[in-house]
Design a protein around this ligand. Structure first.
Ligand SMILES: Cc1cc2nc3c(=O)[nH]c(=O)nc-3n(C[C@H](O)[C@H](O)[C@H](O)COP(=O)(O)OP(=O)(O)OC[C@H]3O[C@@H](n4cnc5c(N)ncnc54)[C@H](O)[C@@H]3O)c2cc1C
Length: 451
C-alpha cells in the first residue's frame, strides 16, 4: 500500500456484466462445490482458482456490478477513471499487474515521488529531504514499537519530528491506512510492507478486473442473506435470487459488513472471528473526483500531493489520474468521514478552499466539475480499508482461520502484510480457494470439463 519512503515517493467500465446479462447466464440456484460471496478482487481471484481446478462454483454478488472497491467508470466526466482503488503497488510481484499485461491493457508507472507544497510554493530540495527524514524516523519508531510487541496506538509511538510532525502524522495515518494514528495498532502498522513501484491502468483498474473476470460466471444482484447450518451436509445459502447448496463457502465481504451482523449465519461465527472483524474496522477513504482543466498547476500524472502543515483534518490529492485532467481529493480518517457525511457540496467547498490556499484565490476558477464517491455510506462496503485498532494487532491471522473446516474468509482485511490493497485481497482469495479445494480433494474428483 501507500507507505514506501523513497524520496518524495508516497507511502505508500464500470460493469462487466449487467444484471440482465447475468440473469440469462447463470442459474440463481443449484448445487455447487464452492459458493463465493462477493465479486470484488478476492471473490474473483477465488472463482478463477476454483474454475481452473475444474470445480463448480457460484460467484454471488449483491451489487449490479463486479469489482467491489475497485470500480472504474466515466461518471459525469466522460473519461474512464477509478472511483475506488487506483494504484497497483509492488508492480514486480503484484498479480494484477501481470494479468493486466497479459490482457494487453495500457499500464503506466505512477510518479514515484510525492509533491509537497509549503504555503503557495513547491518544497525546496532541503525541505523534501527534511520531510523524508522525518517520515522515515516516525515510521521506524512506530514500527519498532509494534515489532517489540507493544500493541499501542501508533500516535503514542509517534516521535516529535519538529515542524513536520503534523504532516507526517497525516501521511502515515489517514492518508496511508485510512485511519488517524490514534486508532491504529502499532503491531498492525509494523506488519504492513512497504510497496513502492506503483503502476496504474490508464483506463481504470476496474477495466483490468473486468477483463480478468470475463471468463467467469457471476450472478449479479444476488445478495446473500443467510448462510445455513455448517455442521454437516451441504451448506445452504439463501440469496435474493434463489438458493444455493454448496460443499464449501468463501466469504469476501468487508470486515465492517461481517462485524455488522447484517449477514446472517445459522451456525454463529466464533466470537473470536467476530471480534477480529470488529477490530479490523474500516477507516474512511471517500473521494472527491474533480476536474482541473489543462493542468494549471503542472501536476505530474498519478502523483500524490501533500501540503506542509496539514494535519488529520485535511485531504491529500492525487494529480492527473491516469494522465487525465481528473484529480482526486482523498477524504480519509475521522475527518474524511465527518466531511463525507456533510455531502458532496461540502467536500467540494473544502477542496476549493484548499486550492485557493495553496495556489492563490484566483486558482478557484480552475476547479471544474466534481463528484463524490462515498464508500463509507455504501451499504455493501461501509468504509475504505481495514486497520487494526490498538491492542488488536494480531486480528488478521484470526480472520484467516478456517471456520467449521469448510468456510473461509478472504478479502483485504485477511492479508497480514498487504492489507488495504487489491493485491492483498486477490492473494487471500486464491488462498481461500486453495483451502476449499483441499477440503474437496478427498471427495469425488472433479468431472473433466465440468464448470
Ligand atoms: C477510495 C479507495 C481507494 C483505494 N485505493 C487503493 C489503491 O490505490 N490501491 C490498492 O491496492 N487498493 C486500494 N484500495 C483498497 C482496495 O480497493 C481494497 O483493498 C480491495 O478492493 C478490497 O477487495 P475485497 O475483495 O477484499 O473486498 P470488496 O471489494 O469490498 O468486495 C466485496 C464484495 O462483496 C459484495 N457483497 C457485500 N455483501 C454481499 C452479500 N450479502 N452478498 C453478496 N455479495 C456481497 C460487495 O458488493 C463487494 O463487491 C482503495 C480503497 C478505496 C475505498
Amino acid at each position: 500500500m501507500i507507505r514506501h519512503l523513497s524520496r518524495r515517493g508516497f507511502l505508500a467500465g464500470s460493469v462487466s456484466l449487467t444484471a440482465a446479462q447475468a440473469l440469462g447466464q447463470v442459474p440463481a440456484s443449484g448445487d455447487v462445490d464452492v459458493a463465493i460471496v462477493g465479486a470484488g478482487a478476492a471473490g474473483i481471484a477465488a472463482a478463477r482458482r476454483v474454475a481452473s481446478a475444474g470445480r463448480t462454483y457460484a460467484l454471488l454478488e449483491a451489487s449490479d456490478r463486479i469489482g467491489g472497491r475497485v470500480w472504474s467508470g466515466r461518471g459525469g466526466f466522460g473519461i474512464e477513471h477509478d472511483r475506488g482503488a487506483h494504484f497497483m503497488s509492488a508492480s514486480g510481484r503484484n498479480p494484477l499487474v501481470a494479468l493486466g499485461r497479459l490482457e494487453k491493457l495500457e499500464l503506466q508507472n505512477a510518479s514515484p515521488f510525492r509533491r509537497i507544497y509549503v504555503g503557495q510554493r513547491e518544497a525546496r530540495d532541503s525541505e523534501y529531504d527534511a520531510f523524508t527524514a522525518a517520515l522515515r524516523r516516525a515510521n521506524r519508531a512506530i514500527s519498532a514499537a509494534g515489532e517489540a510487541g507493544r500493541d499501542i496506538a501508533a500516535s503514542q509511538a509517534m516521535p516529535d519530528v519538529g515542524d513536520w510532525t503534523r504532516t507526517v502524522g497525516f501521511a502515515l495515518g489517514p492518508n496511508a491506512v485510512s485511519k488517524n494514528l490514534e486508532n491504529v495498532s502499532t503491531v498492525d502498522f509494523a506488519r504492513l510492507e512497504d510497496q513502492p513501484d506503483e503502476v496504474v491502468c490508464r483506463t481504470g483498474l476496474g477495466q483490468l478486473l473486468t477483463a480478468v473476470a470475463r471468463p467467469l460466471k457471476v450472478t449479479l444482484a444476488s445478495s446473500v442473506i443467510r448462510i445455513g447450518p455448517a455442521a454437516r451436509g451441504p451448506i445452504f445459502l439463501e440469496t435474493s435470487r434463489g438458493n444455493i447448496r454448496a460443499e464449501t463457502v468463501i466469504v469476501t465481504v468487508s470486515s465492517n459488513l461481517l462485524a455488522s451482523g447484517r449477514f446472517k449465519f445459522d451456525t454463529a461465527l466464533p466470537k473470536r472471528t467476530l471480534d477480529a472483524a470488529e477490530a479490523l474496522s474500516l477507516g474512511t477513504r471517500d473521494r472527491l473526483i474533480f476536474e482541473l482543466k489543462g493542468n494549471p498547476f503542472r501536476f505530474t500524472n498519478d502523483q500524490r500531493i501533500l501540503f506542509k502543515g496539514m494535519d488529520a483534518r485535511n485531504v491529500g490529492f492525487v494529480g492527473r489520474a491516469g494522465g487525465s485532467d481528473l484529480c482526486f481529493a482523498e477524504f480519509t480518517g475521522s475527518f474524511g468521514r465527518e466531511m463525507s457525511a456533510k455531502g458532496e457540496a461540502a467536500m467540494r467547498a473544502f477542496v476549493a478552499d484548499q486550492i485557493a490556499e495553496h495556489f492563490g484565490a484566483q486558482a478557484r476558477k480552475y476547479l471544474g466539475r466534481a463528484e463524490a464517491v462515498r464508500w463509507s455510506s455504501d451499504p455493501l462496503i461501509l468504509g475504505g480499508t481495514s486497520a487494526a485498532v490498538p491492542g488488536k494487532g494480531n486480528s488478521r491471522r484470526i480472520l484467516a482461520e478456517p471456520l467449521f473446516d469448510r468456510m473461509f474468509l478472504a478479502g483485504e482485511a485477511v492479508h497480514e502484510t498487504w492489507y488495504g490493497s487489491v493485491a492483498g485481497a486477490w492473494v487471500t482469495g486464491e488462498r481461500a480457494a486453495d483451502a476449499a479445494l483441499r477440503y474437496l480433494a478427498p471427495k469425488q474428483a472433479p468431472v473433466k470439463g465440468k464448470k
